[in-house]
Ligand binder design. Structure first.
Ligand code: DGY
Length: 322
């Protein structure tokens, strides 16, 4: 009998591939940089038992309808908005993600992005590199304080709570908005629940950590930015489509908010000539919040473990389907 087969859409570390190869027939789109072309993904999906994918791979209902043998999709991310989970449900295909293993790493980066945006770290580094540092001067690259300011977290899941924990060291006031109340955050981190509107009006830092769903798509629109303080800094490490980027651009240009730190965009990779990128008060990074070596390897391991479990008739560790 032939072994079950797995298609991996990116180059992974050799140990992960090696482990899967011991049990299964494995094919790989062997590129670190380029996403697998959709037509190749579809051809593979038609044949294999398991797909090991990343957020740049769109797994829609049309692909799933043609995936005759597919039993599991392991998505190397906690978010799974690239997958039509309902269509997978109706075909009995398991969808697995990588929660928990990336929580602290993503929170570290979110806080780093907040700090770097507020304190103009990238501009400072560029000033030195370009030889533009003339002298110490009283207001040279003066940024915004972080300590004792108000942090507003939209989407108080595991990562939101981990960001809140980090802010305690800076003695920040923590506000949050979430679908449901979070007793741990309220009792142990002193986070205060607010409506979306109140959070926007009171926060110095508005940090978006909410997953992309039909309800959250474009939730940061022109009205939302207008409600924010003109000194506010907006940070997004969740998904680009939660934000209306034209409205954000306008708010930054018109001084409705002071700056933005963005790790995620509507179209990724965002074009280098996109109007948002050229703004001096935007710090943009390439969707790298969970990217530490340790965490990315844990994410790969978890995907591999989930595939292995499903294809050998065991329960996966982290199943998305209800
Ligand atoms: C996630 O885990 O959802 C991240 O955005 C992928 O890096």
């Amino acid at each position: 009998m032939s072994k079950p087969s797995v298609f991996i859409t990116r180059k992974m570390v050799p140990d992960i591939i090696g482990n899967l190869k011991k049990q299964f027939e494995v094919r790989i789109w062997d590129s670190e940089e380029d996403a697998v072309p959709p037509e190749i993904l579809l051809e593979e999906a038609k044949k294999v038992d398991a797909l090991f994918v990343t957020i740049s791979d769109k797994i829609d209902s049309s692909l799933l309808a043609q995936a005759e043998n597919l039993k599991v999709i392991a998505n190397m991310a906690v978010g799974y908005d690239n997958i039509d989970v309902e269509a997978a449900n109706s075909k009995g295909i398991a969808v697995c993600n990588t929660p928990d293993v990336l929580t602290d790493t993503t929170a570290d980066f979110t806080f780093a992005l907040l700090m770097a945006t507020a304190r103009r770290v990238a501009e400072g580094a560029e000033t030195v590199k370009q030889g533009n540092w003339q002298s110490w001067s009283p207001l040279l690259l003066a940024g915004h304080d972080i300590h004792h300011k108000t942090l507003g977290i939209i989407g108080m899941g595991e990562i939101g709570e981990a960001v809140a924990k980090r802010s305690l060291g800076f003695e920040m006031e923590i506000l949050y908005h979430n679908r449901n109340r979070k007793p741990f955050a309220e009792q142990h981190l002193g986070a205060v629940y607010c409506s979306f509107e109140e959070l926007l009006e009171r926060s110095d830092y508005v940090v978006c950590m909410t997953p992309l769903t039909a309800e959250t798509e474009n939730m940061f629109d022109a009205e939302a930015f207008k409600r924010m303080k003109d000194s506010a800094i907006f940070i997004n490490t969740s998904r680009g489509r939660v934000v209306d980027e034209d409205a954000l651009h306008k708010a930054l240009v018109q001084g409705e908010i002071a700056g933005a730190g963005l790790d995620v965009f509507t179209n990724e990779p965002i074009e280098s000539d996109h109007p948002l990128i050229s703004l001096p008060n935007v710090l943009a990074t390439p969707h790298m919040a969970s990217s530490s070596i340790e965490t990315r390897i844990e994410m790969m391991n978890l995907c591999s473990e989930n595939i292995s479990r499903i294809l050998t008739g065991r329960k996966p560790k982290t199943l998305v389907n209800k």
